[in-house]
Structure formats: C-alpha cells, structure tokens
Design a protein around this ligand. Structure first.
Ligand SMILES: [Zn+2]
Ligand SMILES: [Zn+2]
Length: 320
C-alpha cells in the first residue's frame, strides 16, 4: 500500500476524498474507481452523440447521392432547359412561317410564268408560225420552270453568328477555401485560422495577401470590409474613396456608382480568370463593378490582395 504522503486523491471536481485508483490517459486526471467509471460513462455518452450525428448525416448524404434530382441547382437547369426549348420551338415556328410565305410568293411567280408560256404555246400552235428557235426557247423556259419548282436552291437556311438564341450555360465549382496568409508588417495580424485580418491602433497602409493562387475558371469570395485600398505595380481593384486601381495606378471612378465599403458591408469578389476580368459587388448597395485586367501587367496566378488603412479596421472572409 502506498504511504499517505505519496497518495494521490481523486480529481473529481466535487471534492471526492477517495484515493485515486486510475489515471485517464486522455485528460491526465487521476480518479477513484467510482469516478473513473463515471468519467468513462460521460465519454461514452459524448461518443453516442457523435455517432448519432454521424448517422443522421450519413442518411442525408445517402439521400443526396441517390436522389440527384433534389440537388438545388437541378431546378435551375430544368428551367434553363424549358425556356431554351420554348425559344427554339418559337424560332422553328417563325422559320416555317417565313418559308411558307416566301414559297407562296415564289409559287405565284412560277404560276405567272407558266401562264405566259401556256399562252405562247397556244398561240404558236394556232398560228402554226413557230420555227426551231421558238421551240428551243419554249423548251428552255419549261426546263427553267421545272428546275425552279423542284430545286431547293431557291431557299437556303443560313447561320446567324450574332447573339445566340439560347444562352450557353455551364456548371463550375466555386473556390471557398481562401484564407489570408501573408502580411506586410506587424501593423496587421491574421486570426481565426486566416479568416480575419485585423489592423492595429495605428493609421497606416499595410498589406495582406490571400493564400490561393488563381489561374483559371471563375473564383468567388465574399468579404465584409471596414476599409480597403489597393496599391502595387500589378494591382487591379477598387478603393473605398471612389478610386479604381489599374496596373497599380489610381483612377477616379466616373461610373454611375460611388465605390464605397462601409462597416459591415459584404463584398463579393469574382476573379474571372478565363475572361481576364475581376468583378466586385457590394451586397448592401447592389453596386457592381467590373475591371478588365491586362495580363501583361498582372500575369497569372492572381492573388487576393487587401490593404487596410484605418486604425482597428478588420476584414473577414465569409464562406459561401
Ligand atoms: Zn479523461
Ligand atoms: Zn472520486
């Protein structure tokens, strides 16, 4: 038996006076037999909660994978399909109508020519005054009429290379794993595993960079801002004092909307690498801004780049 001075007492929070008999490897608590059993039972209960949550999720997951039709975007695709079919059917109906009208005009003209030929033939026979050249001319007129009636060359269907009748759409995945990774100096710190960047109490420009490198597709991020500005030789973007930044140079924006980012504003940024442009939408004002990026000045990969200026300003990356 251990001497009393070496004895360890049960670590139960309610002040158990019993000698500790077992050590939990998980939380390093030494407990008496009774409280050790209680401790294991509590852990079992927590385990049960996790298993039950897992089972619920597994059910949802199975439904999701077997019932693909319930995918939230299916509805959108179905609507696109329906509207596109209606547009195509309407267009086909218009084309049939056009063809009918033009054919009937053509048939009227042919009918006139036929009538004219018939009169010539009748006259020729009655007067018995035709010669070889007349026969030759009539034969040619008749051949032309025949060809005109049967040949499809009278009409043709041509492609219109203008605006497509049906808007082409595509499915793409949206990156949601952007986080802040690099800071320029100690004036800014990154918290919450890269989701938040916080400026200290000093008023000064400082730079924060995102982790993800964008080279293709369309990448979208939502970010609420307190204050933001952009500057760097390859920078394209917007500043909250109504300036555009192109190739690192500020330009006063003269578009309809005033560029502003206020406290608690939610800003969506879309990097459309495929079309070399970036878009910004302020979800509060619904103002939408678009910039074409010169790839010579700002080659891929692109990176999220935020500059904070105001003291204690912060910016958070929201998941979609
Ligand atoms: Zn434990
Ligand atoms: Zn105890």
């Amino acid at each position: 038996m251990a001497s009393s001075s070496a004895r360890k007492y049960c670590a139960n929070v309610n002040g158990c006076k019993q000698t500790a008999a077992a050590l939990c490897e998980g939380c390093s608590q030494a407990l008496c037999t009774k409280h050790f059993i209680d401790h294991r039972r509590l852990l079992d209960e927590e385990m049960d909660v996790i298993i039950s949550e897992y089972n619920q999720f597994q059910n949802t997951f199975n439904k999701e994978t077997t019932n693909f039709d319930s995918h939230p975007l299916i509805q959108q695709i179905n609507e696109w399909e329906k509207e596109s079919i209606v547009k195509i059917q309407q267009k086909a109906q218009e084309l049939r109508q056009d063809l009918l009208e033009q054919t009937s005009i053509n048939l009227k003209e042919l009918s006139k020519k036929l009538q004219h030929l018939s009169e010539q033939l009748k006259e020729g026979r009655e007067h018995d005054s035709f010669v070889e050249t007349d026969l030759c001319d009539w034969k040619k007129s008749l051949d032309d009429l025949k060809a005109n009636l049967t040949s499809p060359s009278t009409f043709r269907i041509s492609q219109d290379d203008g605006i497509p009748l049906v808007q082409n759409v595509f499915v793409h995945s949206i990156e949601t794993n952007e986080v802040f990774e690099q800071v320029f100096n100690n004036n800014v710190r990154i918290e919450e595993n890269g989701l938040v960047a916080i400026h200290d109490a000093i008023i000064a420009y400082t730079e924060i960079r995102g982790k993800t490198e964008y080279t293709s597709g369309i990448n979208s991020k939502s970010t609420p801002l307190q204050n933001l500005s952009y500057s760097s030789t390859s920078t394209y973007g917007w500043a909250s004092n109504n300036f555009l930044w192109l190739n690192g140079q500020p330009h006063l924006d003269t578009s309809t909307y005033y560029i502003e980012m206020k406290i608690n504003d939610v800003i969506s940024l879309i990097f459309d690498c495929d079309n070399s442009k970036i878009l910004m939408i302020n979800e509060r004002t619904n103002a939408k801004f678009e910039l074409i990026v010169n790839i010579d000045h700002c080659p891929f990969p692109w990176q999220l780049h935020v500059i904070l200026y105001e003291a204690n300003s912060r910016v958070r990356i929201l998941s979609n």
